[in-house]
Design a protein around this ligand. Structure first.
Ligand code: 5RP
Length: 228
């Protein structure tokens, strides 16, 4: 299978898992990116089974609405049953790097609200240690240079993702050369403490609950807290 077929397969596995947990009052959290898009397209055939969705980006909200799926403001929703999203890297602790699509802040917010976070990825995202993928950091525009200098002090090599403005009106710094990240939780906290940082793309303090990984041998289900 090529990478696109793997994404389709993992989206189908997540759909089967998710549909079994939904009722007519359920609100689903929907992530951003090409794997999440596969999930959205499959979800369209089942939109009568749940109340609606909240989206982690304007792009995903548009795609959902184009399928006739309701999209709510997060502030209008008291509970998100499940959040389904992709990742740029995932390790055996289900700690992730996300934000390749610049949607990391809204992704982290929906993750915080959701009862369960299901990550979907093809095997190219599975790593022993995080950090080869440059770590995205969303920053307030006027703080860009200051935050970059602070990230250098942490040993990183930040690169401004020029021409990208996030859905929140902010900028992205991609931090290279952090590999191997020894403690993802500690680094997530440390970067978030830099004034001017909105958030960073480490999802370690609240990792995924379940990871569906598409491999050439089939879908492998990883659970948080298991030895995998
Ligand atoms: C967007 C993300 C995506 O989940 C991540 O970049 C993976 O994308 P794709 O499924 O296209 O590989 O974090 O901000």
């Amino acid at each position: 299978m090529d990478q696109n077929q793997l994404k389709q397969a993992v989206a189908q596995a997540a759909l089967d898992y998710t549909l079994a947990k939904l009722d007519s009052d359920s609100v689903l959290g929907i992530g951003t990116g090409s794997t999440a898009n596969c999930f959205i397209d499959l979800l369209a055939n089942h939109k009568h089974l749940f109340l609606g969705t909240v989206a982690s980006s304007e792009d995903s909200a548009t795609r959902l609405r184009d399928h006739g799926i309701s999209v709510f403001e997060l502030n209008a929703v008291s509970e998100v049953t499940i959040y389904v999203d992709g990742a740029d890297e995932a390790n055996a602790h289900l700690e992730l790097i996300k934000g390749g699509g610049a949607a990391l802040t809204r992704e982290k917010i929906v993750t915080a609200v959701a009862n369960e976070f299901i990550c979907i990825a093809d095997e190219s995202k599975w790593v022993s240690h995080l950090g080869k993928f440059p770590l995205p950091v969303e920053v307030i525009p006027m703080a860009r240079s200051y935050v970059a200098r602070e990230l250098v002090k942490l040993g990183g090599d930040p690169v401004w993702r020029e021409n990208v403005i996030t859905d929140n009106g902010n900028l992205i710094l991609d931090v290279h050369h952090l590999y191997p990240i020894a403690s993802a939780c500690a680094l997530e906290e440390k970067i978030n403490q830099i004034t001017g940082v909105v958030t960073n793309g480490l999802f370690a303090l609240k990792p995924a609950d379940v990871l569906f990984l598409a491999t050439q041998d089939g879908i492998v289900k990883h659970l948080a807290g298991s030895s995998n």
